[in-house]
Design a protein around this ligand. Structure first.
Ligand SMILES: C[S@@+](CC[C@H](N)C(=O)[O-])C[C@H]1O[C@@H](n2cnc3c(N)ncnc32)[C@H](O)[C@@H]1O
Length: 241
């Protein structure tokens, strides 16, 4: 069979065994999920909902499970959703550019490493903001389309196994300025900061058979430069009802 085109979401079915494999191909996603989860505050009301757009295998689940939200995960691919469900996430099959969720239904919307996979960025941002209730929090991280972002993530990343081959289309990588403008159109003032992986964690993961192992070594570190990977967060205008 010919290989699937770049960024084809069906690749995640073939990679389903990687989501939770210790030291596996999605290791960096675990580090990012921890960093993302650290930005989510405890729920402020009993029936609070956290929507995890493009949830994949549910890597965010352990980082938000004690915060008091119902964790709803939306993804195109069943294989990932099944693993999310096994970790307590309510699985919903859907596209982030047409979320099957009501307006203002989420207290928190999380979009981790998904926007760089979506051909229609404005539509995705509009949907993330639509399902967010006034006063609710948007938390995201994604990859920048700079030359260095493309080089490290695709050219070098795929060569050294940091990113699975063919999973990204660098043409879809996201400019933080454009993302900020799109969010502002929907009442979310996004603040961004750069992230980089810990160098020791990266070396241990790539070159030692045991990987970084549990603990603080494998982690993302905030940086001033947003040139490669960055996080964004912002609240939607208006009062929480
Ligand atoms: C890089 S993974 C990130 C998964 C998860 N957010 C994490 O950080 O571990 C991207 C996920 O987005 C999903 N995806 C890609 N395009 C999508 C779309 N248009 N709508 C919903 N999910 C999508 C893929 O199936 C995959 O599970």
């Amino acid at each position: 069979m010919p290989p699937l085109p770049r960024n084809d979401p069906r690749q995640y079915d073939d990679l389903a065994g990687e989501w939770w494999r210790p030291g596996g191909g999605f290791e960096i996603l675990h580090w990012l999920a921890r960093s993302r989860g650290a930005l989510v505050p405890p729920a402020q009301r009993p029936a609070a909902i956290l929507v995890d757009a493009g949830c994949g295998g549910g890597l965010l689940a352990p980082h938000v499970e004690r915060l008091g939200y119902r964790h709803v995960g939306v993804d195109l691919r069943r294989a990932g959703l099944e693993q999310s469900a096994a970790r307590g996430v309510t699985p919903v099959t859907g596209d982030v550019t047409a979320l099957p969720l009501a307006d203002g239904s989420a207290d928190v919307v999380v979009a981790g490493e998904i926007l760089e996979h979506v051909p229609d960025l404005p539509a995705a941002v509009a949907e993330l903001c639509r399902v967010l209730r006034p006063g609710g929090l948007l938390v995201l991280d994604t990859v920048n389309g700079t030359r260095i972002g493309r080089f490290l993530t695709v050219t070098l990343g795929e060569r050294f196994g940091v990113a699975p081959v063919g999973l990204h289309d660098p043409e879809l990588f996201v400019d933080p300025g454009e993302l900020t403008v799109e969010c502002a159109k929907h009442g979310v003032k996004l603040l961004v900061r750069g992230l980089r992986p810990s160098v020791t964690g990266l070396i241990r993961w790539l070159f030692l058979p045991t990987g970084p192992g549990p603990g603080p070594l494998g982690r993302m570190i905030p940086t001033r430069s947003t040139a490669v990977v960055y996080q964004g967060m912002g609240r939607k205008q208006g009062e929480m009802a």
